[in-house]
Design a protein around this ligand. Sequence first.
Ligand SMILES: [Zn+2]
Length: 246
Amino acid sequence: MPELPEVEEYGQYFARHALRRKIARADVRDERILGEVRKETFARRLRGRMFTAVRRHGKHLFVQAGDAWLHLHFGMTGDLAFYRDAAKEPRFARVVFDFADGSHLAFDDMRLFGVVDLIDDPDAFIAAHRLGRDPLDPKFRLADFRELIAKRRGAIKAMLMSQGVVAGLGNLYVDETLFVTGIHPKRTKLSDADVGAIFTAMRKIVRKPNRKLPREEGDLCPKCGGTIKRAVVAGRTTYFCAKHQK
Ligand SMILES: [Zn+2]
């Protein structure tokens, strides 16, 4: 499943290949991928436009095209493919943008859990869906994070998984953050130092996803030699070190 760092990469890929090319046709091959927008409206509003700016918030990607924004969510198997030769069209292309210069961009999604939509305003979308802060937003400060955490109760893992606190931080990244900071996923009380450590670790992990926590019960902790345990926290399979995560 594409996690936040992969969605960041899709955004860079989109920007590198598909900005500032005139859209000759926005062809919806499978309407099941569409969100609210109708196929005809989608095609009509994008025809003749250019994509001009890419923006990511959590696992959502927004691309400006005139007065509309393309909204992409990659679900389980969503992917982007840019190509010049039409024979290279990916097998599960659900939407294909044909550019006037003969190149193409496809949104490919085998399992159809992704979404392609057209919206008017990403800020309104973020507010309507009550999405929390993006962990990589340079304007997201420790003080903001402290304020968000202070308003909530319950296990730290559940708080970090809540999209209303931090948008797009998946299960693996939350486990890794708690592993690195030595905090037990079920902890409910956090010191100021803990909150600061979580904030720093979370942003670092999302930026450089090299994971250290083994996801196998009974494995040895690479940090302290303790035993890796498995539990269900916030409805999700959780791995943690029984020795150094307190
Ligand atoms: Zn350990």
